[in-house]
Design a protein around this ligand. Structure first.
Ligand SMILES: [Ca+2]
Ligand SMILES: [Ca+2]
Length: 217
């Protein structure tokens, strides 16, 4: 009886050892491949978190214009109305990249691209969207750096800052230095409001447009 118990214990230990020796499978994220892009749902904001450590690069992944990238995962967004959206990776724990595309594998057109934003290694892109058009968002890691915990947010973005510049027709020249002084007005608008402020600028003599001291006749 005691001998039988010993055999049972040995068998159990052996079984546990075998189970523990099985190498762990890679945990590729569900939206690793373009064909399995996670659908961004409305209403915004849309927030997603995914481990991109084992994300891979497909041969058909497009090359962003602003940065090299690996460990790519995909999202798709088809807005129900025209507008402007922002996509960011703030809160992620690795050096991310973001790009947005329209089209299909082998025939993508880039809409937006960013590597770093606000003195961080996280990314932010903003772009106008048209109702019914599907936009594909590719999040990756910088060059071949590791992936990690991706925090991705898609939200409505403020309208772009509009600028209008008016230069006064008359300026002055400081005879002692040859420095030209001009003035004008810069107008900026954001989130429906606008501000206007006067400004002055100066320019030093250059080889292409030399400033000359006034001469007396
Ligand atoms: Ca991928
Ligand atoms: Ca980055």
């Amino acid at each position: 009886m005691r001998f039988g118990r010993s055999l049972l214990v040995v068998s159990t230990v052996a079984a546990l050892t075998i189970v523990g020796a099985v190498p762990s499978a890679q945990a590729q994220p569900p939206n690793d491949d373009f064909a399995n892009a996670t659908v961004v749902t409305e209403p915004l904001p849309f927030v997603d978190s995914v481990d991109t450590t084992d994300a891979t690069v497909e041969p058909t992944d497009p090359e962003p214009s602003c940065v090299g990238t690996t460990h790519t995962v995909w999202y798709s967004y088809t807005p129900s109305a025209d507008g402007r959206i922002g996509v960011d990776t703030f809160g992620s724990d690795y050096d991310t990249t973001l790009s947005a595309w329209v089209g299909e594998p082998g025939n993508f057109a880039e809409v937006a691209c960013n590597d770093d934003t606000f003195d961080s290694v996280q990314s932010l892109i903003r772009f106008d969207v048209t109702s019914g058009v599907t936009y594909f968002i590719m999040a990756g890691s910088f060059l071949d750096s590791p992936g990690g915990n991706l925090q991705l947010t898609v939200d409505v973005a403020p309208p772009p800052i509009l600028e209008d510049l008016t230069i006064d027709p008359a300026g002055t020249v400081k005879p002692s230095t040859g420095t030209a002084m001009i003035g004008g007005t810069v107008t900026c608008s954001e989130t429906g409001g606008s501000v206007a402020s006067g400004w002055t600028g100066s320019g030093s003599p250059s080889s292409s447009a030399p400033a000359r001291r006034p001469t007396r006749s």
